[in-house]
Design a protein. Structure first.
Lengths: 295, 199
């Protein structure tokens, strides 16, 4: 056997617990035993790389209790020292001391199984709960959308009703104006001997208080871009602008107000380049005739 | 828990042998003192192999119960007490590891990527000698080539035979044996002083 072979055998015996070093004839090999011893000590040093860790105090307490319950209160007679079969860890001939905790090793499995079952049940409960909540959320969302749609329709209807009411009020006011006692009515006719818009005409109603008035004009051509028609109330020689407007071919122009300059004796509609003109500068289009009290 | 250890390993070895003799005479105080001296190192070894502190504690208890019951089987010619305890702990821990049938997971959990780091329950202050010896062992192990260190770890901490190591690594059996031989030979030479003090 070469030196390397002897050495590796010794190492393996120390590591794996091969039978004690033997010579080629099966006799004890002192050199091999020495190598086994040396390499056993090397193995014994390997765990030195680990940082020592103190176990819990209960370990020692259990140990001391165990040896107190152990066999032989009487000291057994010392048997001749038997050589250990190499540094191989010796398995006791008798069964190992049964430690209480070994019997309890099944409980972790049972506990884990119980936890797994509970977890499954909880997960299923969560799943169905979440699904039900999702359905509830979807239903509530639909109801909310429907409610919002209804609200929008209600708002639109309310707005329409408001417009209709406003129109009704206007019409009532107009009716009151035109049917009020001592209302004066005057026709608006094309101005000048050669009127620029001979088809244009209108009616002016002035209430008895000489403040409230209502004017309805028809046939006016839409004003050119940048220009506007301006209504003038002329008191003596002072024309007062009472509103600028642009006509539409789709319907009459209706103007109304509760103010009229005192001493108004003429009403004229001109076509101005500047809608904000302070004095008439454009051509007269319509002019009021004599006011007549009809009621 | 502090270890009341003498300053040299030889004295400690003699003290351990005396304690084992007294344990053979059913002296519980001797067992207690032997436990106090070696439990932190053995527990660390158990944790390294088993991964779970609870398993390591049970194995530690088994080892010392065995020492109590079979102290008369210790042969000083075969090994030092410290080595005897280490190899007992290693053997019991590997057996438990195999019984638990969680070899791969547990070993991966216990496999240190680098040198082990002390955890919160590190043992109390130790002698300068032991600290220096630990550093020496770490240094020498760190000097081993990675492939030799790996083979040694698999053999020692996992209890794999050379054949099993060859099967796992895909290396020829001869290569595995050679790496084991080279690693152990280097350590034997580098740690001869430490070994001499244990003999």
């Amino acid at each position: 056997m070469s030196d390397d072979d002897r050495e590796i055998r010794s190492i393996l015996e120390a590591l794996e617990g091969a039978p004690a070093g033997e010579g080629p004839r099966g006799e004890p090999d002192e050199e091999s035993e020495t190598l086994v011893r040396l390499y056993s000590e090397v193995l014994g040093l390997l765990p030195e790389e680990l940082e020592p860790v103190t176990p819990s105090p209960e370990v020692k307490q259990r140990l001391m209790r165990a040896i107190g319950q152990g066999p032989a209160a009487a000291v057994p007679p010392r048997s001749p020292v038997e050589p250990l079969p190499g540094p191989r860890p010796v398995r006791p001939a008798s069964g190992p001391v049964t430690l209480p905790r070994q019997r309890a090793r099944r409980w972790p499995i049972a506990l884990a199984a119980a936890v797994a079952v509970l977890s499954l049940g909880f997960s299923a409960w969560l799943f169905f709960g979440l699904r039900e909540q999702g359905e509830t959320i979807a239903r509530l969302t639909r109801e909310l959308a429907a409610a919002r749609s209804q609200a929008e329709r209600a708002e639109a209807a309310q707005a329409q009703a408001d417009r209709a009411f406003a129109e009704l009020v206007t019409v009532r006011e107009q009716l009151q104006l035109v049917t009020s006692p001592a209302v004066e009515v005057g026709a608006m006719r094309p101005a000048g001997s050669q009127p620029l818009q001979p088809q244009a005409r209108g009616v002016l109603f002035v209430a008895a208080d000489r403040q409230h008035w209502y004017l309805c004009l028809e046939g006016l051509r839409p004003a050119e871009q940048g220009k506007a028609y301006v209504l003038w109330f002329v008191a003596g020689d002072n024309p007062v602008a009472s509103g600028a407007f642009t006509a539409s071919a789709e319907g009459p122009v209706e103007l109304r107000d509760a103010r009229m300059p005192v001493g108004t004796n003429q009403v004229v509609v001109t076509l101005e380049d500047d809608p904000k003109a302070q004095k008439p500068g454009g051509p007269a289009i319509l002019q009021a005739g004599a006011m007549v009290q009809i009621l | 828990m502090t270890s009341a250890l003498p300053s040299t390993s030889s004295a400690a070895a003699n003290g351990d042998a005396a304690l084992v003799r007294r344990i053979g005479e059913r002296d519980p105080d001797a067992l207690s003192r032997l436990y106090d001296r070696h439990a932190p190192a053995l527990f660390a070894l158990g944790k390294r192999i088993l991964g779970r502190p609870a398993d390591a504690e049970e194995t530690l208890q088994e080892v010392f119960v065995y020492v109590w019951d079979h102290a008369d089987r210790y042969d000083a010619k075969r090994s030092s007490v410290a080595t005897w305890l280490v190899l007992l702990m290693r053997s019991r821990a590997i057996d438990r590891w195999r019984r638990n049938a969680v070899i791969e997971r547990t070993h991966e959990a216990a496999q240190p990527a680098d040198l082990p780091v002390a955890d919160a329950s590190a043992a109390g202050p130790e002698s300068v000698f032991h600290r220096e010896r630990r550093e020496r062992v770490r240094d020498e192990l760190a000097k081993l080539p990675a492939e030799q260190r790996d083979v040694l770890n698999m053999a020692f901490y996992q209890g794999l035979t050379q054949t099993e190591i060859a099967a796992r690594t895909g290396l020829p059996l001869g290569t595995v044996k050679t790496r084991t031989l080279l690693a152990m030979r280097k350590l034997r030479g580098a740690l001869r002083d430490e070994i001499r003090q244990l003999l």
